[in-house]
Design a protein around this ligand. Structure first.
Ligand SMILES: [Zn+2]
Length: 341
């Protein structure tokens, strides 16, 4: 993402040509992955415009992306069309979770008034197709589990998560709320630390991590030193998780997909707001460690393309009725491996 990172990655690419030095670098291995157990984690970091992530120092995102795994992407659906969706947080999360735009999943605001659970979320699809799949969620906002995923709700497919770490924002004794949003910074740290521990110890097959602090800082300060510092904190939090994934891959023979993205950009004028259809609010980004990226990845994928991509990595095929509803197209070529167990 950053200039120095790109230079380093170019060097890394050259070094990758040598198997001898490979083990000494952070390069992604071009080794056969089809026989290893596929697992996936997607991480949403809130409200970071593409130009901000590209001009910031993000060594851990750089490490995840390697030489090919970063692209600009978009949210918001088709401007003026029936799929047009507000560039608002919960709207974006649910477009990722369901692979559909707001005209289908029916979440138009952060109040999540009446989600349409007939558009299945990724955990519901995975659990339906593989009852034994292990799942987890780590989130700085509890509504992600209780309202969007609707975990435990019969109309949302019942229980789909084996483990959840969230709701800390409701514990004001432990995390007293403050205007500077330091409590959210602390919760992001706790959430990412727990995610790293759980991934390292348990290694669920499908996980979601949500981190909020960057958006809160954007709303208070707009762009500037404060947002740059928040992006660095985000990158360090993601780095903890990435290190756990790398450790699992080394010690457990697993084939992990990591997808990091944001849910919207910010306005052009101050960077303090979002929700409209300006280019900067619609322009997002994706960083991934996948070695099976196809041409769709380079062609401005949408946030709705992430669900089919993760499913392809996990070799999970949705039920035909659900597959027919999806608005997204995979940017990852299917593994020719065993189904997800
Ligand atoms: Zn947001």
């Amino acid at each position: 993402m950053c200039g120095s990172g790109l230079v380093r990655l170019s060097i890394c690419k050259i070094l990758c040509a040598s198997a001898l030095v490979f083990a000494l670098t952070n390069c992604h291995p071009l080794i056969e992955t089809s026989t290893r157990i596929p697992k996936a984690i997607f991480i949403i970091v809130d409200g970071i415009p593409a130009d901000i992530i590209e001009s910031s120092q993000t060594p851990n995102l750089d490490s995840i992306a390697g030489s090919h795994g970063y692209t600009r992407s978009y949210v918001g659906g088709e401007i003026g069309g029936m799929t047009q969706s507000p560039t608002v947080s919960a709207v974006g999360y649910n477009s990722l979770l369901t692979g559909t735009w707001a005209n289908k999943h029916n979440v138009y605001t952060n109040r999540i008034e009446n989600p349409n659970y007939s558009y299945w979320d990724i955990f519901r699809i995975a659990r339906h197709q593989n009852l034994d799949i292990s799942t987890a969620l780590f989130s700085t906002w509890q509504d992600n589990r209780t309202r969007l995923v609707g975990d435990g709700l019969p109309e949302a497919g019942g229980s789909k998560l084996d483990y959840a770490f969230d709701g800390l924002e409701l514990d004001e004794a432990r995390f007293p709320h403050d205007e500077a949003r330091e409590f959210i910074r602390a919760i992001d740290n706790a959430v990412s630390t727990e995610a790293a521990h759980y991934l390292r110890d348990v290694g669920p097959e499908l996980s979601w991590v949500y981190l909020e602090y960057t958006d809160d800082i954007g709303h208070i300060y707009g762009e500037g030193d404060e947002l740059t510092a928040a992006v660095a904190i985000m990158d360090a939090n993601v780095g903890k998780i990435w290190k756990a994934v790398q450790d699992r891959q080394k010690t457990h023979g697993e084939n992990w997909l990591v997808v990091v993205t944001t849910d919207h950009g910010r306005d052009e004028e101050t960077g303090k707001s979002h929700g409209g259809q300006s280019l900067r609010e619609r322009t997002t980004w994706i960083a991934t460690n996948s070695q099976r990226l196809n041409s769709n990845f380079e062609n401005l994928p949408g946030i709705v393309d992430i669900l089919p991509s993760i499913l392809d990595h996990l070799a999970i095929v949705p039920p035909p009725r659900i597959a027919a509803q999806l608005d997204g197209v995979s940017f990852i070529d299917r593994q020719d491996n065993e189904p997800a167990r």
